[in-house]
Ligand binder design. Structure first.
Ligand code: 6PG
Length: 246
């Protein structure tokens, strides 16, 4: 659970987007080769996406060598406003990244399970092996938000998907919170295979769940951490529980 978590506090959501963008750039700069970034859904990353897609960040990203994945998606049409990768594409990816470097979950598949199997295959091919080697993480950076029930990606508390260790991607037939559409999600071991896991939490709406997370409850958000790298929680002041504010 939550091993070696580092908490970084910033003033507000705008500062959080800048701090996150700086970490994205630092992560890209730490390796001259191919970079794999796993994006997240929901509203938490949208300001970050806006920052990445415009100067000065846009021109500092070597787009040709950065590959963009998604940690979970809603099983809706690719063009649906609820589709997580669609949101990232609209805000910055389609304008900035080569199409071949954008790797969405195929939500046109017959079922969430089939979409999960297809995405797992895509990840295996990208990684070049079917076993995750701790010395060579799948992702350089994994971004995550946290839901009101403590879920991350589409790994909801008490659902079987949270316990899956023999697959990298799973279908999730029912969501625990809105939007109530089936999901496809990376599993904890796949998300954990990263040099850095970066949580984005801003606004007073996140304070109740952050209070529970930092209180050490057994929640998906506390089970998610980078296996051998850094786990960083970027929080703005409004999201921080009272007892952490001092
Ligand atoms: C999703 C997400 C999910 C999200 C959290 C936080 O598809 O819904 O990936 O895990 O990150 O629910 O959502 P918000 O950022 O909207 O608060």
């Amino acid at each position: 659970m939550a091993t070696g978590r580092k908490i970084i506090v910033v003033d507000d959501a705008a500062a959080l987007a800048i701090a996150a963008a700086d970490r994205v750039l630092a992560r890209i700069g730490s390796d001259p080769g191919r970079i794999a970034i796993c994006l997240t859904g929901g509203s938490s990353p949208t300001q970050l996406y806006e920052v990445l897609g415009k100067p000065p960040y846009q021109s500092r990203i070597p787009w040709d060598r950065v590959h963009w994945f998604i940690g979970d998606d809603r099983f809706v049409a690719v063009s649906d406003p609820l589709n997580n990768m669609n949101i990232a594409r609209q805000i910055f990816l389609d304008r900035c990244a080569p199409a071949a470097n954008i790797h969405p979950i195929d939500t046109q598949a017959h079922s969430p399970d089939e979409a999960a199997a297809l995405y797992q295959r895509l990840l295996l091919e990208f990684y070049g092996a079917d076993r995750l080697d701790p010395a060579r993480p799948l992702f350089d950076l994994v971004l995550l938000g946290v839901g009101p029930d403590g879920h991350v990606a589409s790994l909801f508390p008490g659902y079987p998907a949270i316990e899956v260790t023999d697959r990298w991607v799973v279908g999730v037939p029912e969501a625990h919170v809105a939007p109530f559409v089936p999901r496809v999600s990376l599993t904890l071991p796949a998300l954990a295979s990263c040099r850095e896991m970066l949580f984005l939490t801003a606004g007073s709406g996140k304070r109740p769940i952050l209070t529970r997370v930092l209180g050490g409850e057994d929640l998906p958000a506390n089970r998610a951490h980078s296996r051998d790298g850094e786990t960083v929680w970027l929080c703005d002041r409004a999201a921080l529980p009272e007892n952490f504010r001092a």
